[in-house]
Design a protein. Sequence first.
Length: 675
Amino acid sequence: MKKILNKIRVTTMLQLLLLTMFITGCKDYLNVDNYFSDELKLDSVFSQARYVRAYMWSTATLFMDEGSLHQNAYTPGPLATDEAFTVYGTQHGYNGMRFVLGEITASSTHSFGSQWYEWYKVIRKCNTIFARMDEAYDLTTADRVEITGNTRFIRAYAYYNLLLNFGPPILLGDEIIASNEDIEYYDRERSTYDEAVEYICNELETASTLLSTSLPLMEFGRPTKGAAYGLIARLRLYHASPLFNGGSAARSYFGRWTRQSDGVHYVSQTYDEKRWALAAAAAKRVIDMGAYRLYTAQSDWETPEMPEGVDVSEATGDPDYYKSWDEGGAAGIDHFKSYSEIFTGEAIIPTNPEYVWGRRSSSVVAGTQMSFPNTAGGWNGMSVTQKVIDAYSMADGRSIYNSSEKYPYSEEGFTSDEKTFSGYRLLTQVYNMYVNREMRFYASIGFSECFWTMSSCTSSGYYNQRVAYHYDGNNGKVSSTEPLNYPPTGYVIKKFIHPADAWTMANARRMEKAYAMVRYADVLLMYAEALNNLTSQHTVSLGETEYLLERNTEEIRKYFNMIRHRAGLPGLSQTQLNSPEEVQSQIIKERMIEFLFENHRYFDVRRWGIYEEVENEPIMGMNLDANKDGFYHRVIPNTSRTGSRIINRKLAFLPIPLEEVRRLPSLDQNPGWED
């Protein structure tokens, strides 16, 4: 009986603790009154190791689902880029659109501002763990290693999110802010970007020495050594990139942004090539772990033949292209399935070797309804832009502007034959613009006259649908169940939708999805990009390993081409490799396609210093105000929203909530958001 009562008391205590964490919000990083109810329980929490562990993991639940990139998102995400567009009402929480429409201000930050507070709440709770975990009478050495490693990672990840979204944060170290002090006590200044990167990377380095390389399947999503290394690689790459590493981009965006106390630039105005070497070493360290690889599906009877006529000459082509995948080529795998199954839920999530760090994501599942047809219970409006459509290669790797006779590109006429490949059906009467394209196009894009399987649904008429977006099509403006439930560009994102997924009628269900915070494909492209920016030899150390690095075209070719080969495309030629500018151009294109709607584009165009250039191009799509004959013409979507999108350098970062800036005299606002 005593054991039962103890168990009840423990369960009740933990339930109350978790409830408190969900109903008490941190108003700002120093508002300790909101932690008072938590503090009442801390003596009990830190009495035993298992309670400390529970407190640690409950702290991690304060992070939003990273797959939440559209509605009530924690970051501006795809809708704040040139890859996505929608006419969904911003009042319903599509804050990425709010951001680019100028509706986000320092005094009205919506869900973004709440993340500033939540991430500092995470930091405070982690600092509390460090300060008090020794109070647990049964804490073993193994417990200490596990809790310290995970807590240090969790805290570093909170700072990581603050840095990427809001810019240089206030670094608190191990300090727990006291209560009932004068305002002078709470006043803190921000770190510089350089200081923040070094602090976060050092924290992750320390965490990595305490974290496991692999975890049991049931613990998928928790931090690992690879997760720490992957985040370090990304931070080092961003730190080396033009916006944060001197040069014209850093000067034009941040040349006059200095700290009050010492006049130091928040963002360095001096270029340092060695940062690229550090980024290359950090990415190579993940590769050298040997724990990750690109996900592939073996070819079978449904797999189409490899494209014919690809240039395999040494100088101008890809001599490895027709080799097997295991030999460094593109043959022997199904290129459609190898890409699509990463996202649709077909691949077993916890064992997917491409996830350096990932998590199950209910938000990704929920987000698919935004693309589903009205005629199948969807909202029909999460659009992809024409710029993305035009960026996809033809099947043989050529661009739409230089297509071959064997795989021509045409903006005239429609298909007369139906094609089936890799389980995908390309119907008759599909516009020829969408024919002969690379496999990632078919895995990612829902276009007019596209086939939607929805095979889990067993209600006649609700599965196996041909979906048309022209004005009088079955999912065009006329048929829309709601005024804003239509795709304004004539395309929807279909990347995360499994053929069995359905949203309405009998037996409709959705496959479980995952979101990759760090994907191995990203590590490979980070490594290639970092090497490409080196002009001399550098020696750098990470942990106990020393790396000698230089611009090695064979290394760039090997790892960049793996991404292309997995997609069924030829890789870089030696002629391309000889030009750093051409390689960078190919990396920019490849990242846009490979990571479509994965929250990379928003940060990439900023760090490269090309944000204004690429965002100034108008959003384009097909003509939704025309019938089928007039639909297939590039137009600017007929909505005032396209002309209302703003391009402003202040959008490099989110604004810090105005109440924070007013409270703390030393807290400088981000450039452009001062008023």
